[in-house]
Design a protein around this ligand. Sequence first.
Ligand SMILES: Cc1ncc(COP(=O)(O)O)c(C=O)c1O
Length: 404
Amino acid sequence: MLDEPTMTGTNGGAQFFDALGDVQSDSLLALIAMANADTRSDKIDVGVGVYRDGVGNTPILRAVKKAEKLLWETQQTKSYIGGFGDRRYTELLRPIVLGRHAGDDRIVGLHTPGGCGALSLGFKLIAAAHPGSKVLVGTPTWPNHVPVIEAAGLNIAQYPYYERLQTCIRFDAMMDAFDGAGAGDVVLLHGCCHNPTGADLDEDQWRSVVEMVSRKGLIPLVDIAYQGLGRGFAEDAAGLHLLLDACDEVVIAQSCDKNFGVYRDRVGSLFLKTGSAAASKRTMDHVVQIAREMWSMPPDHGAACVRIVLDTPDLRADWDVEVGEMRNRINRIRARIAGADPRLAYIGGQFGMFSMLPLSPEQVHKLRDDHAIYMADSGRFNVIGMADHAVDRFIGAVVEAMNG
Ligand SMILES: Cc1ncc(COP(=O)(O)O)c(C=O)c1O
């Protein structure tokens, strides 16, 4: 028998990685940990950003479950799939994401690991084309946008987007910021269901933004991670389609993780529009090379399931029904909260999973301590983070906090 190795012979002086210091913890992850540790049986966790049904579960969609079964029965190999990932998946997404632009051969796409992968890839491509470019980012925005942009070596300029206490979009200030930007600056826009505010541009506002972006020669990057969960598939991409009408160069970072409920399977895509089909093809060669350096090829399973759903008529029809159910539940709970108090009425005119309450961090902490209700210090909460039976208790506690 071989002697057990001992660890007594190491040099005992490992300090190389000490240079890294502490990570500044992501406040949302800390919030999830705090909620998980709370043992009160009636706790409400509206911090985490996933869909929950009437009884508080995040279910696997019926259509996805059936697609997984079909995949298991029919998949013959798990050999490498190539840098584009599942090409049929990306092709099937085109009419959903691009609408009337689906047939435009200047728009090319590829499969990415989730919306995050698409964002990273899009910003790295921009950095490859124009190192150090400026990216205009709305405040507030999804907290991961800024690190992803900075990691690509790009510079951030903020534009005002939403006034939390007034509960309104700062449209004029935003347009002034765009007006002050220069040709070739990048502007990050949320396609729909703005995270964290729920405040989406209306059609007139989109038209003004499109006119400004086009006239100033800005490069729009549209993050569309919640299509179908706001008003409907076409409606949620209407602003994006207007941009595609007017601009020759557009970058689109898309996610299927929410509208297919496949969060952990990491399913997204990056679409690019350039001035010609030849330029798009050439640009896509760079995209594939950058992806090769980051993840080589995207994970296959989730996108294969999405492909099967979209390619199988009865699964496709059922998925439409299921997305409709999710959307209706979101909007029903929004209406319920909005109807409870005039100060919450604005929530009924917002879209998607998130809105922000006009509460101070102290009020948010009091909700946590007194009512076991967990939300971000900013007052951002997940509208459908709670089961049906918890909605009235949530509303009562929020109204009490606003009164106090
Ligand atoms: C605005 C926004 N963009 C992108 C993403 C990333 O989505 P994914 O989980 O597909 O990476 C999210 C996820 O929360 C998001 O809220």
